[in-house]
Design a protein around this ligand. Sequence first.
Ligand SMILES: [Zn+2]
Ligand SMILES: [Zn+2]
Length: 214
Amino acid sequence: MSCSFDLAHYAEIVAAAREGGYRFAHFAGAPAEGSVILRHDVDLSLDAAVSMAEVEHDAGAGATYFLMTESVFYNLDSSEGVATIDRLHELGHRVALHAVYPNALLDDRFDPVVAWHNPDPDYMRAPLADGRINVMQEPWFDPATYRSDSNQHWRSGCPHDELRASAFPWLQLLTHPEIWAYPGETMGQTMRAMLEAEKARRLQQLADDRIDLG
Ligand SMILES: [Zn+2]
Ligand SMILES: [Zn+2]
C-alpha cells in the first residue's frame, strides 16, 4: 500500500481502522477504548471538505469537520458555506468550529467543540469555559493517540498499518481535506493544483454574477 496523500489512500486508512475493529466516534464523552475520532480542520477549501465527507460516508464513517468563520479563503456565510454545512450534516458528519484565537464564539451551526487554527503552545491545550471542548485538551489529546498530516507530512508515520493491527488504544486522527482532495507529490504542488481548481470556480462565479468575461 503506498501512502500517497489522495482520497483513495484516505479510504484505505478508514478501511484499515474498520479492519482493526475500531468504531468511529466524536468529541463528546471521554474517548473510549477502540474508538477513532476523525477530525478535519478545514483551512482552505469547502469543496475539498465535501469530497472527503463523501468518501467517509461511502465507508460508513462519521467525522467532525471544523469550519472557520474567519477564513480568508472561504465565506461560511455565503451560499456555498451554507450548502457545505447542510451537505456535511446530510452525509452524517458533525460540524464544529475551527477558531482563530481568542475568538471561539459558537452559534447554532456548530457543535460545542473548538479546534484552534495554528495555535500557540501557551493556549493550545487549555480547557475552555461554558462546556466547550478544546480538541487538544485532556482527555481528547494525548501524543501517543494522535496523528496529523500537517503540510503533507505524517510526523509519526501514516497510521494505516497500526490501525489495521489495532495498535492504538484509541486515536484522534487529524487530516486537512485540501491535502487529500487535490493532486500533488508535495504540499507546494498540491496547493498549486488547488489554486487551478479555484480559478475555474472563480471564473464560474464571475459568470454567475453577470460579469462580462469576453
Ligand atoms: Zn498509509
Ligand atoms: Zn487550521
